[in-house]
Write a protein that binds this ligand. Structure first.
Ligand SMILES: *Cc1c(COP(=O)(O)O)cnc(C)c1O
Length: 385
Protein backbone atom coordinates (compact mmCIF):
# COMPACT_ATOMS: atom_id res chain seq x y z
CA UNK A 1 0.00 0.00 0.00
CA UNK A 2 1.29 3.49 -0.87
CA UNK A 3 -0.38 6.20 1.28
CA UNK A 4 -0.50 9.87 0.27
CA UNK A 5 1.72 10.77 3.23
CA UNK A 6 3.65 8.95 5.92
CA UNK A 7 5.91 9.67 8.89
CA UNK A 8 9.61 8.75 8.93
CA UNK A 9 10.65 7.46 12.36
CA UNK A 10 14.38 6.81 12.84
CA UNK A 11 16.30 4.74 15.43
CA UNK A 12 17.34 8.05 17.06
CA UNK A 13 13.68 9.08 17.38
CA UNK A 14 12.84 5.79 19.09
CA UNK A 15 15.78 6.12 21.49
CA UNK A 16 14.74 9.69 22.37
CA UNK A 17 11.23 8.57 23.31
CA UNK A 18 12.41 5.53 25.29
CA UNK A 19 14.85 7.78 27.18
CA UNK A 20 11.91 9.90 28.31
CA UNK A 21 10.02 6.82 29.52
CA UNK A 22 13.03 5.91 31.66
CA UNK A 23 13.42 9.47 33.00
CA UNK A 24 11.75 11.34 35.88
CA UNK A 25 9.42 13.47 33.74
CA UNK A 26 6.72 12.23 31.38
CA UNK A 27 5.29 15.76 31.22
CA UNK A 28 6.55 19.26 32.13
CA UNK A 29 10.22 18.23 31.88
CA UNK A 30 13.10 19.56 29.78
CA UNK A 31 12.20 18.16 26.32
CA UNK A 32 9.24 20.38 25.44
CA UNK A 33 11.17 23.63 26.15
CA UNK A 34 14.09 22.25 24.10
CA UNK A 35 11.74 21.45 21.21
CA UNK A 36 10.23 24.94 21.48
CA UNK A 37 13.68 26.49 21.40
CA UNK A 38 14.72 24.39 18.40
CA UNK A 39 11.64 25.45 16.43
CA UNK A 40 11.97 29.12 17.44
CA UNK A 41 15.60 29.13 16.26
CA UNK A 42 14.83 27.24 13.07
CA UNK A 43 12.02 29.61 12.03
CA UNK A 44 13.71 32.77 13.41
CA UNK A 45 10.92 33.66 15.84
CA UNK A 46 11.49 35.08 19.32
CA UNK A 47 9.06 32.70 21.06
CA UNK A 48 7.54 29.26 20.49
CA UNK A 49 4.75 27.73 22.59
CA UNK A 50 4.10 24.00 22.20
CA UNK A 51 0.63 22.47 22.53
CA UNK A 52 -0.86 18.99 22.24
CA UNK A 53 -2.06 19.72 18.68
CA UNK A 54 -2.13 22.48 16.08
CA UNK A 55 -5.87 22.67 16.74
CA UNK A 56 -5.17 23.57 20.39
CA UNK A 57 -2.49 26.02 19.31
CA UNK A 58 -4.95 27.71 16.92
CA UNK A 59 -7.47 27.95 19.77
CA UNK A 60 -5.08 29.59 22.26
CA UNK A 61 -3.79 31.87 19.48
CA UNK A 62 -7.32 33.17 18.93
CA UNK A 63 -7.85 33.51 22.69
CA UNK A 64 -4.56 35.37 23.17
CA UNK A 65 -5.58 37.84 20.45
CA UNK A 66 -8.82 38.45 22.32
CA UNK A 67 -11.12 36.83 19.73
CA UNK A 68 -14.55 36.44 21.35
CA UNK A 69 -18.29 36.76 20.99
CA UNK A 70 -19.29 39.37 18.44
CA UNK A 71 -15.97 39.10 16.59
CA UNK A 72 -15.52 37.78 13.06
CA UNK A 73 -12.63 35.61 11.85
CA UNK A 74 -11.92 34.84 8.21
CA UNK A 75 -10.04 31.86 6.83
CA UNK A 76 -9.72 29.85 3.63
CA UNK A 77 -12.45 27.36 2.71
CA UNK A 78 -9.79 24.96 1.38
CA UNK A 79 -8.38 23.80 4.69
CA UNK A 80 -8.89 21.33 7.48
CA UNK A 81 -11.89 22.24 9.64
CA UNK A 82 -9.62 23.20 12.57
CA UNK A 83 -8.61 26.50 10.88
CA UNK A 84 -12.22 27.67 11.21
CA UNK A 85 -13.31 25.79 14.35
CA UNK A 86 -10.74 27.65 16.49
CA UNK A 87 -12.74 30.87 16.10
CA UNK A 88 -16.02 29.11 16.90
CA UNK A 89 -14.48 27.78 20.15
CA UNK A 90 -14.10 31.45 21.16
CA UNK A 91 -17.72 32.26 20.35
CA UNK A 92 -16.76 34.28 17.27
CA UNK A 93 -18.33 34.05 13.80
CA UNK A 94 -16.43 32.62 10.86
CA UNK A 95 -16.45 33.50 7.19
CA UNK A 96 -14.43 32.35 4.19
CA UNK A 97 -12.27 34.12 1.60
CA UNK A 98 -11.92 32.46 -1.82
CA UNK A 99 -8.64 30.99 -3.08
CA UNK A 100 -6.37 31.45 -6.08
CA UNK A 101 -6.66 28.50 -8.47
CA UNK A 102 -2.88 28.35 -9.14
CA UNK A 103 -1.91 27.77 -5.49
CA UNK A 104 -5.11 26.99 -3.55
CA UNK A 105 -4.00 29.75 -1.15
CA UNK A 106 -6.23 32.60 0.02
CA UNK A 107 -6.59 35.11 -2.82
CA UNK A 108 -5.35 38.59 -1.96
CA UNK A 109 -7.72 40.09 -4.53
CA UNK A 110 -10.70 38.25 -3.01
CA UNK A 111 -9.57 39.30 0.47
CA UNK A 112 -9.33 42.96 -0.51
CA UNK A 113 -12.74 42.89 -2.20
CA UNK A 114 -14.32 41.29 0.86
CA UNK A 115 -12.64 43.83 3.17
CA UNK A 116 -14.03 46.75 1.17
CA UNK A 117 -17.54 45.26 1.42
CA UNK A 118 -17.11 44.44 5.11
CA UNK A 119 -15.95 47.94 5.93
CA UNK A 120 -19.07 49.40 4.33
CA UNK A 121 -21.31 47.21 6.54
CA UNK A 122 -19.14 47.45 9.65
CA UNK A 123 -18.37 43.72 9.58
CA UNK A 124 -14.56 43.80 9.46
CA UNK A 125 -12.75 40.71 10.79
CA UNK A 126 -10.82 40.80 14.06
CA UNK A 127 -8.41 38.17 12.68
CA UNK A 128 -7.64 36.48 9.37
CA UNK A 129 -6.19 32.96 9.29
CA UNK A 130 -4.42 32.30 5.97
CA UNK A 131 -3.46 28.67 5.32
CA UNK A 132 -0.13 27.94 3.61
CA UNK A 133 -1.63 25.23 1.45
CA UNK A 134 0.59 22.22 0.80
CA UNK A 135 3.53 24.11 2.36
CA UNK A 136 3.61 27.11 0.02
CA UNK A 137 3.34 30.45 1.82
CA UNK A 138 0.52 32.83 1.01
CA UNK A 139 1.45 36.34 -0.16
CA UNK A 140 2.07 37.54 3.40
CA UNK A 141 3.58 40.89 2.49
CA UNK A 142 0.39 41.89 0.64
CA UNK A 143 -1.78 40.49 3.43
CA UNK A 144 0.13 42.42 6.11
CA UNK A 145 -0.43 45.62 4.14
CA UNK A 146 -4.19 44.96 4.19
CA UNK A 147 -3.98 44.08 7.90
CA UNK A 148 -2.51 47.51 8.64
CA UNK A 149 -5.09 49.25 6.47
CA UNK A 150 -8.14 47.41 7.88
CA UNK A 151 -6.87 46.66 11.39
CA UNK A 152 -7.04 42.87 11.68
CA UNK A 153 -4.63 40.41 13.29
CA UNK A 154 -3.03 37.58 11.28
CA UNK A 155 -2.61 33.99 12.47
CA UNK A 156 -0.77 31.94 9.85
CA UNK A 157 -2.02 28.37 9.74
CA UNK A 158 1.38 26.96 8.79
CA UNK A 159 0.36 23.39 9.68
CA UNK A 160 1.75 22.25 6.30
CA UNK A 161 4.69 24.58 6.18
CA UNK A 162 7.47 23.97 8.70
CA UNK A 163 10.74 24.20 6.76
CA UNK A 164 9.21 26.42 4.07
CA UNK A 165 10.58 29.87 3.16
CA UNK A 166 8.94 33.08 2.01
CA UNK A 167 10.67 36.34 1.07
CA UNK A 168 14.08 34.75 1.96
CA UNK A 169 12.96 33.96 5.52
CA UNK A 170 11.52 30.85 7.20
CA UNK A 171 7.75 30.54 7.48
CA UNK A 172 6.97 31.10 11.18
CA UNK A 173 9.32 34.09 11.62
CA UNK A 174 6.14 36.20 11.88
CA UNK A 175 7.61 39.12 9.95
CA UNK A 176 4.14 39.65 8.44
CA UNK A 177 1.87 38.13 11.09
CA UNK A 178 1.12 38.04 14.81
CA UNK A 179 1.32 34.28 15.31
CA UNK A 180 2.14 31.24 13.16
CA UNK A 181 0.92 27.70 13.91
CA UNK A 182 2.61 24.40 13.02
CA UNK A 183 1.20 20.86 13.19
CA UNK A 184 3.21 17.76 14.01
CA UNK A 185 0.50 15.23 13.16
CA UNK A 186 2.12 12.15 11.54
CA UNK A 187 1.09 13.06 7.98
CA UNK A 188 2.71 16.50 8.26
CA UNK A 189 6.35 17.39 7.48
CA UNK A 190 7.80 16.18 10.80
CA UNK A 191 5.89 14.63 13.67
CA UNK A 192 5.50 14.43 17.44
CA UNK A 193 2.61 11.90 17.01
CA UNK A 194 0.09 14.56 18.03
CA UNK A 195 1.40 18.06 18.61
CA UNK A 196 1.45 21.66 17.51
CA UNK A 197 3.32 24.87 18.11
CA UNK A 198 2.66 28.60 17.97
CA UNK A 199 5.49 31.02 17.16
CA UNK A 200 5.40 34.78 17.73
CA UNK A 201 7.67 37.77 18.30
CA UNK A 202 5.33 39.28 20.89
CA UNK A 203 6.32 38.60 24.53
CA UNK A 204 2.75 39.40 25.56
CA UNK A 205 1.13 36.90 23.15
CA UNK A 206 3.72 34.25 24.06
CA UNK A 207 3.04 34.71 27.77
CA UNK A 208 -0.73 34.61 27.25
CA UNK A 209 -0.54 31.45 25.11
CA UNK A 210 1.70 29.63 27.57
CA UNK A 211 -0.76 30.39 30.39
CA UNK A 212 -3.78 29.42 28.27
CA UNK A 213 -2.33 26.01 27.37
CA UNK A 214 -2.05 25.21 31.09
CA UNK A 215 -5.36 26.18 32.78
CA UNK A 216 -4.58 29.92 32.75
CA UNK A 217 -2.04 29.32 35.50
CA UNK A 218 1.27 31.11 36.00
CA UNK A 219 4.21 30.77 38.39
CA UNK A 220 6.10 33.67 36.76
CA UNK A 221 7.23 35.94 39.64
CA UNK A 222 6.76 39.03 37.45
CA UNK A 223 3.10 38.18 36.84
CA UNK A 224 1.94 37.10 40.32
CA UNK A 225 -0.44 39.57 41.91
CA UNK A 226 0.10 38.61 45.57
CA UNK A 227 3.30 38.53 47.57
CA UNK A 228 4.11 35.06 48.94
CA UNK A 229 6.82 33.03 50.68
CA UNK A 230 5.57 29.59 49.63
CA UNK A 231 7.49 27.77 46.87
CA UNK A 232 4.34 25.88 45.88
CA UNK A 233 2.41 29.08 45.13
CA UNK A 234 0.78 29.69 41.73
CA UNK A 235 -2.08 31.81 40.43
CA UNK A 236 -4.82 31.30 37.86
CA UNK A 237 -5.39 34.49 35.88
CA UNK A 238 -7.72 33.35 33.14
CA UNK A 239 -9.77 30.35 32.06
CA UNK A 240 -7.28 28.22 30.15
CA UNK A 241 -7.18 24.58 29.08
CA UNK A 242 -4.94 21.58 29.53
CA UNK A 243 -3.36 21.67 26.08
CA UNK A 244 0.16 20.71 27.19
CA UNK A 245 2.46 18.62 25.02
CA UNK A 246 3.93 15.58 26.80
CA UNK A 247 7.67 14.93 27.18
CA UNK A 248 7.30 11.89 24.89
CA UNK A 249 5.97 14.16 22.14
CA UNK A 250 8.53 16.87 22.89
CA UNK A 251 11.43 14.40 22.64
CA UNK A 252 10.09 12.93 19.40
CA UNK A 253 9.54 16.36 17.87
CA UNK A 254 12.99 17.57 18.93
CA UNK A 255 14.61 14.47 17.45
CA UNK A 256 12.62 14.89 14.21
CA UNK A 257 13.93 18.46 13.79
CA UNK A 258 17.28 16.96 12.74
CA UNK A 259 15.71 15.54 9.57
CA UNK A 260 13.81 18.70 8.63
CA UNK A 261 16.23 20.20 6.09
CA UNK A 262 16.87 16.92 4.28
CA UNK A 263 13.16 16.07 4.36
CA UNK A 264 12.25 19.33 2.56
CA UNK A 265 14.92 18.73 -0.11
CA UNK A 266 13.61 15.21 -0.76
CA UNK A 267 9.99 16.39 -0.87
CA UNK A 268 10.90 19.02 -3.48
CA UNK A 269 12.75 16.39 -5.51
CA UNK A 270 9.63 14.24 -5.59
CA UNK A 271 7.49 17.26 -6.51
CA UNK A 272 9.76 18.16 -9.44
CA UNK A 273 9.71 14.57 -10.70
CA UNK A 274 5.91 14.57 -10.70
CA UNK A 275 5.86 17.96 -12.44
CA UNK A 276 8.07 16.74 -15.25
CA UNK A 277 6.18 13.43 -15.54
CA UNK A 278 2.88 15.29 -15.99
CA UNK A 279 4.23 18.11 -18.17
CA UNK A 280 3.25 16.23 -21.34
CA UNK A 281 -0.02 14.89 -19.94
CA UNK A 282 -2.78 17.31 -20.89
CA UNK A 283 -5.45 15.73 -18.71
CA UNK A 284 -3.38 16.25 -15.56
CA UNK A 285 -2.78 19.69 -14.10
CA UNK A 286 -1.15 20.53 -10.81
CA UNK A 287 -0.77 23.46 -8.41
CA UNK A 288 2.05 25.88 -9.20
CA UNK A 289 4.96 26.43 -6.82
CA UNK A 290 6.26 29.99 -7.09
CA UNK A 291 10.00 30.06 -7.90
CA UNK A 292 10.63 32.90 -5.45
CA UNK A 293 9.95 30.77 -2.40
CA UNK A 294 10.56 27.30 -0.99
CA UNK A 295 7.53 25.12 -0.42
CA UNK A 296 7.78 22.40 2.19
CA UNK A 297 5.75 20.21 -0.23
CA UNK A 298 3.43 18.63 2.30
CA UNK A 299 1.09 17.56 -0.51
CA UNK A 300 1.20 17.01 -4.25
CA UNK A 301 -2.23 17.88 -5.65
CA UNK A 302 -3.11 17.06 -9.24
CA UNK A 303 -6.22 18.42 -10.91
CA UNK A 304 -8.23 16.40 -13.41
CA UNK A 305 -11.63 16.81 -15.07
CA UNK A 306 -14.29 16.77 -12.34
CA UNK A 307 -16.13 13.88 -14.07
CA UNK A 308 -12.97 11.73 -13.97
CA UNK A 309 -11.78 12.46 -10.45
CA UNK A 310 -13.65 9.74 -8.55
CA UNK A 311 -12.85 7.10 -11.19
CA UNK A 312 -9.15 8.01 -11.02
CA UNK A 313 -9.22 7.88 -7.22
CA UNK A 314 -10.83 4.43 -7.34
CA UNK A 315 -8.43 3.24 -10.04
CA UNK A 316 -5.45 4.22 -7.86
CA UNK A 317 -7.05 2.60 -4.84
CA UNK A 318 -7.54 -0.65 -6.73
CA UNK A 319 -3.75 -0.66 -7.15
CA UNK A 320 -3.18 0.04 -3.43
CA UNK A 321 -2.32 3.69 -3.99
CA UNK A 322 -4.25 5.55 -1.32
CA UNK A 323 -4.78 9.07 -2.67
CA UNK A 324 -6.84 11.64 -0.80
CA UNK A 325 -8.66 14.92 -1.37
CA UNK A 326 -7.54 18.10 0.42
CA UNK A 327 -9.98 19.58 1.21
CA UNK A 328 -13.77 19.55 1.14
CA UNK A 329 -14.63 23.29 1.44
CA UNK A 330 -15.26 23.81 5.16
CA UNK A 331 -18.64 25.48 4.60
CA UNK A 332 -19.91 22.27 2.93
CA UNK A 333 -19.78 20.53 6.31
CA UNK A 334 -23.23 19.84 7.79
CA UNK A 335 -22.21 21.58 11.00
CA UNK A 336 -21.50 24.78 9.06
CA UNK A 337 -24.52 24.35 6.77
CA UNK A 338 -26.77 24.06 9.83
CA UNK A 339 -25.63 27.37 11.31
CA UNK A 340 -27.91 30.37 11.30
CA UNK A 341 -25.46 32.14 9.04
CA UNK A 342 -25.53 31.55 5.28
CA UNK A 343 -22.04 31.34 3.76
CA UNK A 344 -21.24 32.82 0.35
CA UNK A 345 -20.11 30.16 -2.09
CA UNK A 346 -16.46 30.63 -3.10
CA UNK A 347 -16.37 29.82 -6.85
CA UNK A 348 -12.64 29.04 -7.08
CA UNK A 349 -12.80 26.80 -4.01
CA UNK A 350 -15.69 24.91 -5.64
CA UNK A 351 -13.80 24.46 -8.93
CA UNK A 352 -10.63 23.42 -7.13
CA UNK A 353 -12.44 20.93 -4.91
CA UNK A 354 -14.20 19.26 -7.86
CA UNK A 355 -10.88 18.51 -9.58
CA UNK A 356 -8.28 17.95 -6.85
CA UNK A 357 -6.66 14.74 -5.79
CA UNK A 358 -3.55 14.40 -3.59
CA UNK A 359 -1.13 11.70 -4.72
CA UNK A 360 1.67 10.15 -2.61
CA UNK A 361 4.45 12.47 -1.45
CA UNK A 362 6.64 11.71 1.56
CA UNK A 363 10.43 11.47 1.98
CA UNK A 364 10.57 7.67 2.10
CA UNK A 365 8.59 7.25 -1.15
CA UNK A 366 11.00 5.32 -3.38
CA UNK A 367 11.67 6.22 -7.02
CA UNK A 368 10.11 2.89 -8.01
CA UNK A 369 6.96 3.65 -6.01
CA UNK A 370 6.71 7.12 -7.52
CA UNK A 371 7.14 5.68 -11.04
CA UNK A 372 4.40 3.15 -10.24
CA UNK A 373 2.05 5.98 -9.19
CA UNK A 374 2.77 7.90 -12.41
CA UNK A 375 2.34 4.74 -14.51
CA UNK A 376 -1.04 4.02 -12.96
CA UNK A 377 -2.20 7.59 -13.64
CA UNK A 378 -0.96 7.31 -17.25
CA UNK A 379 -2.73 3.99 -17.58
CA UNK A 380 -5.99 5.56 -16.40
CA UNK A 381 -5.84 8.31 -19.01
CA UNK A 382 -4.81 5.89 -21.78
CA UNK A 383 -8.02 4.00 -21.05
CA UNK A 384 -6.18 0.82 -20.17
CA UNK A 385 -7.93 0.49 -16.85
C1 LIG B 1 -3.43 19.18 10.21
C2 LIG B 1 -4.00 20.54 10.14
C3 LIG B 1 -4.53 21.19 11.25
C4 LIG B 1 -4.71 20.52 12.57
O1 LIG B 1 -3.55 19.96 13.05
P1 LIG B 1 -3.59 19.00 14.34
O2 LIG B 1 -2.16 19.02 14.81
O3 LIG B 1 -4.01 17.65 13.83
O4 LIG B 1 -4.54 19.56 15.31
C5 LIG B 1 -4.96 22.50 11.11
N1 LIG B 1 -4.88 23.13 9.94
C6 LIG B 1 -4.40 22.53 8.83
C7 LIG B 1 -4.32 23.30 7.56
C8 LIG B 1 -3.95 21.21 8.90
O5 LIG B 1 -3.49 20.61 7.80
Amino acid sequence: MIPYGRQNITADDIRAVVDVLESDYLTQGPNVPKFEQAVAESVQADFAVAANSATSALHIACMALGVGKGDIVWTSPITFVASANCALYCGADVDFVDIDLETANMSIAALEKKLIEAKATNQLPKAVIPVHFSGQSCDMQAMAKLAREYGFAIIEDASHAIGAHYNQRPVGCCEFSDIAIFSFHPVKIITSAEGGMATTNSPDLASKMSQLRSHGITRDADLLTRGHDEAWYYEQHGLGHNYRMTELQGALGLSQMSQLAENIIRRNEIRKKYESAFSTREAVNHLTVNNNLTSSCHLFVIQVAAEQRLALYNHLRSHDIIANVHYIPVYHQPYYQNMNKKFDVCPNAETYYSQAISIPLFPQLTDAEQEFVVAKIDEFFEGKT
